[in-house]
Design a protein around this ligand. Structure first.
Ligand code: NDP
Ligand code: 2IT
Length: 446
């Protein structure tokens, strides 16, 4: 088996050189899914995984725009249309200086499995740009988004490819992107998700990823006769996912003691309660300030520049910032401090070595493609509401989100059983794979 995996990865590596993040994501899937393929005649010999690692289409384009000093700026835009076997391409757009082909291909690849797990009919895609919204004025962000969409619009559509937000793309950016698409096509359609509620958005979409991570983590703890109530939780990031993960932890009786950004981390021993979290949301989302500004209002807390949250003792860790933000040294510290569970809000935040360390020390580990699927799941519900031309209530959407996260957890149990324990990585990868593979087999070699 080892040889089959190595041969497969060598081929993928030879075709995708200088793409370390993409290879990291493919390796994790290959190690768990190839043994399953070999054991199942219907999949064996069909080169299904080899087809899945090859994007159906990659679009790369120039995004030229004019800044407030009237200087011409040039960025690079992308859309990776990875797999459309079970539905139109679906996945977010990331605006961050670190964006490149490798990062977007890893995200698009993970998205295939995640979207399949949601039970909704969505294929996998991802896109974005190396544009950095940080420090830009609203009009600069608007001009960039308009230029970006002026090219992207010809590749997407409500039945073809439906982008959404990710790092650096929130409600402001979705608004500008939607406005430009509507203007170019002269059509009001559900071509993007994460829209404002008054123009086709879904209630609970902003909360969905963060709430979903906490629902999944609660499912995982309940399965092991434990719960989030009363636990100390460490969260990284302070963006969309981190904020609503913190909110749901508070709802369920846990104490959140950290949040972070790329400058360092905030530690509030007394817990970031509802009132403090509301202040953070205002600082980050309205004033667009750095997290360290929290100390101006709450001077008893501490900010540690250039450091990571994982050194703070906790029962539960929720990495909600970015890929590879939790490395082996951090995993050792968490285990030494008796951390019981990891729920990934970000995509691929834990390195492979960190994951191995968690598993070998009995820490429950929920991989992002299962635990952060709530965001895209509610995007799927937004698409359904757009098609119906109807809106569900907050409670209706939240109940559907809870059910979907619970179903994903059950799928992980079903496919992840391993010597009496649950391997959530194996469970999520195989459960996600089976549905897409069956569709691909039915549709022939395309
Ligand atoms: P936001 O842009 O709202 O927030 C990102 C947060 O992560 C910020 O606090 C940011 O700090 C921090 N961050 C980003 N890059 C880095 C970096 N290189 N090093 C350290 N910190 C960093 O993004 P989201 O909250 O939407 O996304 C966070 C993660 O969740 C991503 O991995 C994303 O792919 C994943 N995700 C998001 C979903 C969604 O619906 N939004 C759905 C599923 C997964 P700073 O401001 O200093 O850059
Ligand atoms: O990584 C992700 O799942 C997202 N950024 C959300 C994608 C979506 O289409 O809602």
């Amino acid at each position: 088996m080892e040889k089959i995996i190595q041969q497969f990865l060598a081929l993928v590596e030879s075709r995708n050189q200088n793409e370390p993040e993409f290879l990291q994501a493919v390796t994790e899937v290959a190690e768990t899914v190839l043994p399953y393929i070999v054991q199942h005649d219907i999949y064996y010999g069909q080169n299904i995984l080899l087809r899945m690692v090859e994007p159906e289409r990659v679009v790369s384009f120039r995004v030229a725009w004019i800044d407030d000093q009237e200087k011409i700026q040039v960025n690079r835009g992308y859309r990776i249309e990875m797999n459309s076997a079970i539905g139109p391409y679906k996945g977010g757009l990331r605006f961050h200086p670190s964006v490149n082909l490798s990062v977007l291909k890893f995200l698009a690849f993970e998205q295939i499995f995640k979207n399949s797990l949601t039970t909704l009919p969505m294929g996998g895609g991802k896109g974005g740009s190396d544009f950095d919204p940080k420090g830009k004025s609203d009009t600069e962000v608007m001009r960039f988004c308009q230029s970006f969409m002026t090219e992207l619009f010809r590749h997407i559509g409500p039945n073809r490819d439906i982008p959404a937000g990710d790092i650096g793309v929130g409600s402001r950016e979705i608004g500008y992107l939607f406005g430009q698409y509507k203007r170019l096509k002269n059509e009001f359609t559900g071509v993007l998700t994460g829209k404002g509620v008054s123009w086709g958005g879904s209630l609970i979409r902003p909360e969905a990823t963060g709430y979903g991570v906490v629902y999944f983590t609660e499912n995982m703890l309940n399965h092991h006769k434990d719960s989030i109530d009363g636990k100390t939780v460490v969260i990284s990031g302070s963006g969309n996912v981190a904020q609503f993960a913190a909110e749901k932890c508070n709802h369920l009786g846990a104490k959140v003691v950290t949040l972070s950004d790329s400058s360092g981390y905030l530690h509030d021993k007394d817990g970031i309660n509802e009132e403090k979290l509301a202040h953070i949301m205002h600082l980050k989302n309205v004033e667009r300030k750095r997290l360290s500004a929290y100390l101006e209002k709450y001077p008893k807390a501490s900010f540690f520049p250039g450091k990571r949250v994982w050194e703070v003792p906790c029962d539960i860790a929720l990495p909600c910032a970015t890929q590879n933000e939790l490395e082996i040294g951090d995993a050792r510290t968490l285990v030494a401090n008796n951390c019981k569970a990891i729920g990934e809000g970000a995509n691929m935040p834990c390195t492979p070595e960190a994951i191995t360390h968690f598993k070998s020390n009995g820490v429950f580990y929920a991989p992002g493609k299962a635990s952060n699927a709530g965001g895209v799941a509610v995007s799927g519900l937004e698409m359904a509401q757009n098609s119906l031309r109807y809106n569900w209530t907050r409670e209706q959407v939240d109940d559907k989100l809870k059910d979907i996260m619970s179903d994903i957890h059950s799928s992980c149990l079903h496919f992840g059983e391993e010597k009496g324990n649950i391997n959530y990585v194996k469970g999520a990868n195989i459960a996600g794979f089976v549905k897409v593979a069956d569709a691909m087999l039915a549709q022939g070699v395309v």
